[in-house]
Design a binder for this molecule. Structure first.
Ligand code: ATP
Ligand code: MG
Length: 400
């Protein structure tokens, strides 16, 4: 393929909800651009971002190969705040250059050889172009029809050739990769995810990142009464999720001794909720230290005994910070589908020794009374214990 006829490979990004945010838009766009730059840092490429109306163009250094441009587009599919990522060609702003690029773009394609139906869709962000969108559609479509003999189908084409006339150049492309949608990470502040090794909490983290929260991760391990396995698992999960935000931090609290104290307090059926409240109190203390404004859990209503309405009420009572539960109304199958799509399911399904199994009672209370829980906490001095646990925090930074 002669690159010269096609111009320069570049990547065109379509912004999601950001477009709708009125006065905050500039701030959103700046955040999104920063996130895109951060995501591309690992490529070592010197990229040039250009903000247009509802679109960001990524210009790559001269001579960048098509493969590298494809890799850049692929990497950007993980950055929240974008709905479409197009590997495009940047061509000169003349009808002739556009037509030539469109012809070149379809050369040698299997579907073109098969004779797919097609349509040309032009859009002008800059109206100072000699042709209207419709005229451009016709001119390019006519040429493609003549050269390749493809049938035009405006309603339901199998192949769409997209043309976007911009201020300084024209972009030509076919197809595209769906983005994450949602909002740029960081635009909604910071949250702290209570991260088990299970299936749900990584999905909850993903959901909140996609709503613009930057998240830190907090894992409670059963150490010293369990191995470090659950930490490795949490670490692997954080690494898998890091592609959505970058710079992720995992915090680990050795929780085994505190669990033993809860167990020793005798109230077997309340142990699970008492432990969950202590986790939340500790998480709240950690959140204050890292300036997070919310706690996030993977709770889903009714999934397990700790997730009845009464028990969720008892958990909310333990802390002042809001507890966000993005999975509350989802079925397990829906959660698993997301886990599979974001690449965490296989990690979550690895065996481990979760700290929670240390105190699995024969029958867990499904309607815990807050007064009873407060009794246990008084004996434990839970507020002080939560501070001590937060003091024992260990940070695991992602390498590289
Ligand atoms: P998950 O799949 O996320 O483990 P689950 O269905 O197993 O959830 P629970 O074990 O009741 O449900 O946990 C509910 C939530 O409590 C989890 O989603 C997580 O946010 C938090 N949590 C549970 N165990 C831990 C832990 N060891 N460390 C940190 N958070 C935890
Ligand atoms: Mg669990």
């Amino acid at each position: 393929m002669t690159v010269s006829a096609l111009g320069e490979p570049c990547v065109l990004l379509k912004l999601g909800e950001v477009v709708l945010k009125g006065r905050n838009r500039e701030m959103f766009e700046r955040r999104l651009q920063a996130n895109i730059r951060a995501a591309l840092k690992e490529t070592g490429l010197k990229v040039d971002l250009r903000q247009r109306h509802g679109v960001i163009a990524i210009f790559l250094p001269e001579g960048t190969s098509v493969e590298t441009a494809d890799a850049v587009a692929e990497r950007i599919t993980y950055v929240p705040g974008l709905v479409w990522i197009h590997r495009a060609w940047r061509v000169a702003k003349t009808p002739e250059a556009v037509t030539r690029a469109a012809v070149e773009l379809l050369a040698g394609r299997d579907d073109v050889r098969r004779g797919v139906s097609f349509a040309v869709r032009s859009r002008r962000r800059d109206k100072r172009f000699p042709l209207t969108s419709m005229q451009l559609d016709r001119a390019v479509g006519g040429e493609l029809n003549e050269i390749y003999g493809l049938p035009v189908n405006l309603k339901n084409p199998e192949l769409v050739v997209s043309i976007e006339v911009d201020r300084d150049e024209v972009f030509v492309y076919t197809g595209g990769l769906p983005g994450q949608g949602g909002l740029p990470v960081g635009i909604s502040g910071r949250g702290l995810v209570l991260m088990s090794g299970g299936i749900d909490s990584p999905v909850a983290a993903y959901r909140m990142m996609r709503r613009g929260l930057r998240v830190d991760f907090l894992h409670f391990s059963g150490i010293p009464f369990t191995t470090s396995e659950s930490i490795y698992k949490a670490y692997a999960l954080v690494r898998a999720l890091d592609k959505f935000q970058g710079g992720s931090r995992l915090w680990v609290v050795p929780f085994g001794k505190a669990q033993q104290s809860i167990k020793a307090s005798g109230q077997d059926r309340l142990a699970v909720i008492a432990q969950r409240r202590l986790m939340l109190k500790t998480a709240e203390e950690v959140a204050h230290r890292i300036r997070a404004g919310a706690l996030i859990t993977g709770d889903s209503l009714g999934q397990v005994s700790s997730q009845t309405l009464q028990n969720i009420t008892a958990q909310d009572d333990a802390v002042d910070l809001p507890i966000l539960r993005p999975l509350i109304g989802l079925d397990k199958t829906e959660i698993m589908a997301t886990a599979r799509a974001i690449g965490t399911l296989a990690i979550s399904e690895l065996p481990d020794e979760d700290c929670c199994t240390l105190l699995a009672p024969r029958r867990a209370e499904t309607a815990a009374k807050i007064a009873d829980l407060k009794q246990i906490e008084k004996r434990l001095d839970a507020e002080e214990l939560a501070v001590q646990l937060a003091d024992s925090l260990q940070e695991y930074k992602l390498e590289g």
